[in-house]
Design a protein around this ligand. Structure first.
Ligand SMILES: Nc1ncnc2c1ncn2[C@@H]1O[C@H](COP(=O)(O)OP(=O)(O)OP(=O)(O)O)[C@@H](O)[C@H]1O
Ligand SMILES: [Mg+2]
Length: 363
C-alpha cells in the first residue's frame, strides 16, 4: 500500500521508481564496485535501495547507520553488524558459511540455529578487514549496503576515531566479491566523509557510481495521491489533492505522511501539517541547539531573504549585534552540506524541504 509509512521493500508498493531500482540492479550485476545514492530527506532513497536489494538475488547485508542513535561507539556499530550478519544468514540460508568463518576468526559467536540464529561479532577482538576478507572468500558475491553512511564519520574506537574510509578503500582495492552501496541525505557530509577528491582520504581517486533520487514532478505527485486514496477506497476531492501537491513539492515521504494521516481519519488538514512540522522540529533539534544562527538563517530564507547580505542583515537585526560574515558563511555552508538548503540562481539560497519552509515562515 502506497501510504504505508515504513520504507517500501516490494516493487508493487513503490510508485514510479522503476528506473532508479533498475539502475541499482544494473550496478549489482555490473562491474562497478561502489555506488552512492543521494537525495534529500524523505525522497525515497531507502525504499528504492531496499526494493532493489530484495530483487537482486545476491546476498546482502543492510546497515542503517541512523540506528546507531548517537551512540558512535565501536561496540554499537558491531551490534548493527552482528544483526546484519544474522539477517544475512537466515534470509540467504548462509548459516553454514558463517559457521565456517567463525571457525577461522575467533570472536564470532553463534547462538541457536535456523530462524532462531543469532550472531555476535566481538567488537574487542575482530578486525573488520578480517571479517570482510572472510566473507569475500566464502561467498561468490555479497552487497554491503550502508544507509545514511555519512553518520559513520562520527565512529569512535577506544583510541579516538575509527576511520571507516580506510576499510572501504581496502575493500575497494582487494575484495572484488564485495560491492558497497552507500546512501546519504546529507550529501555534502557524505562527500566529505568519502573524500573521493581529497588527496588525504584513503578513498581518493576511486570511481564511485552515483545515483541521485529526485522529487516527483507534479503529475507523478498527483497520481501518487489519487492511487493511494483509491487503494483505501476513500473519496477525496481534486482540489484537496492539488492543494496537498502544491504544499508538498513532490517529496514522496511527505505525500505518504499526508495520505497516511488522512486514511487514518485525520480530516483537519492543518493538523496534519502541524504534526509534520513537529516531526521536523524534532529532527532538527540538535542542529538548532548548536547555534541560534541556524534557526535564524532558516527563518530568513523561509521569509524571502535569500541573498547572503539579506540573511546576514536579518540575523543582525534579530540579535541586535554584529555578526561576522564568516559566521554566516559557516552556518550556510553547513546547512548546504546537510542538504537542508541549496544555492539556486543568482546566489540565492533556498530551503529544499517544504515542511521546513512552512515551519520557519510561521515563527
Ligand atoms: N516510490 C515510493 N512509493 C511509495 N512510497 C514511497 C516511495 N518512496 C518512498 N516512499 C515512502 O516515503 C517515505 C520516505 O521514504 P524513504 O524512507 O524510503 O525515504 P528516504 O529518502 O530514505 O528518507 P530519509 O532521508 O528520511 O531516510 C516512507 O514512508 C516510504 O514508505
Ligand atoms: Mg532513508
Amino acid at each position: 500500500m502506497l501510504f504505508d509509512i515504513e520504507p517500501k521493500t516490494r516493487r508493487e508498493d513503490l510508485f514510479s521508481r522503476d528506473n532508479e531500482v533498475d539502475s541499482i540492479l544494473n550496478f549489482i550485476k555490473g562491474r562497478s564496485r561502489f555506488l552512492a545514492i543521494y537525495g534529500i530527506r524523505r525522497v525515497g532513497k531507502t525504499s528504492v535501495l531496499r526494493v532493489a536489494l530484495n530483487e537482486s538475488n545476491i546476498p546482502y547485508c543492510y546497515i542503517d547507520a541512523r540506528a546507531l542513535e548517537n551512540d558512535f561507539t565501536k561496540r554499537r556499530f558491531y551490534q548493527l553488524l552482528s544483526n546484519c550478519l544474522t539477517e544475512l544468514s537466515i534470509k540467504w540460508r548462509l548459516e553454514n558459511v558463517i559457521r565456517n568463518i567463525a571457525k577461522i576468526i575467533r570472536g564470532i559467536s553463534i547462538f541457536g540455529s535456523g530462524i532462531e540464529l543469532n550472531i555476535e561479532v566481538d567488537w574487542r577482538s575482530i578486525y573488520l578487514t578480517d571479517l570482510l576478507n572472510a566473507l569475500s572468500k566464502n561467498l561468490d558475491q555479497i552487497v554491503i549496503a550502508i544507509d545514511e553512511a555519512q553518520t559513520l564519520r562520527m565512529l569512535k574506537g577506544g583510541f579516538g576515531k575509527i576511520d571507516l574510509t580506510q576499510i572501504l578503500a581496502y575493500t575497494y582495492d582487494n575484495l572484488s566479491n564485495i560491492k558497497v552501496i552507500l546512501t546519504g541525505s546529507e550529501v555534502g557530509l557524505l562527500h566529505d566523509f568519502l573524500g573521493l577528491e581529497n588527496p588525504k582520504s584513503p578513498l581518493y581517486g576511486r570511481f564511485i557510481e552515483e545515483l541521485t533520487i529526485t522529487p516527483f514532478n507534479r503529475d507523478a505527485s498527483i497520481q501518487f495521491l489519487i492511487t493511494g486514496f483509491r487503494q483505501y477506497g476513500i473519496e477525496i476531492t481534486m482540489s484537496e489533492i492539488l492543494d496537498a501537491v502544491d504544499k508538498l513539492d513532490g517529496i514522496v515521504g511527505w505525500l505518504t505522511y499526508y495520505g497516511n494521516a488522512r486514511v487514518r481519519g485525520i480530516t483537519n488538514i492543518d493538523e496534519i501539517y502541524r504534526r509534520a512540522m513537529e516531526l521536523v522540529n524534532e529532527e532538527l533539534r540538535s542542529l538548532l541547539s548548536r547555534s541560534t544562527y541556524y534557526g535564524l538563517a532558516l527563518e530568513a530564507i523561509a521569509r524571502g531573504k535569500k541573498q547572503f547580505g539579506e540573511i546576514r542583515e536579518y540575523i543582525t537585526l534579530k540579535l541586535n549585534k554584529y555578526v561576522a560574515p564568516s559566521e554566516i558563511e559557516r552556518v550556510l555552508n553547513n546547512l548546504m552540506k546537510m542538504n537542508i538548503i541549496s544555492r539556486v540562481s543568482h546566489g540565492e539560497y533556498e530551503i529544499a524541504d517544504p515542511i521546513i519552509r512552512m515551519k520557519f515562515s510561521q515563527i
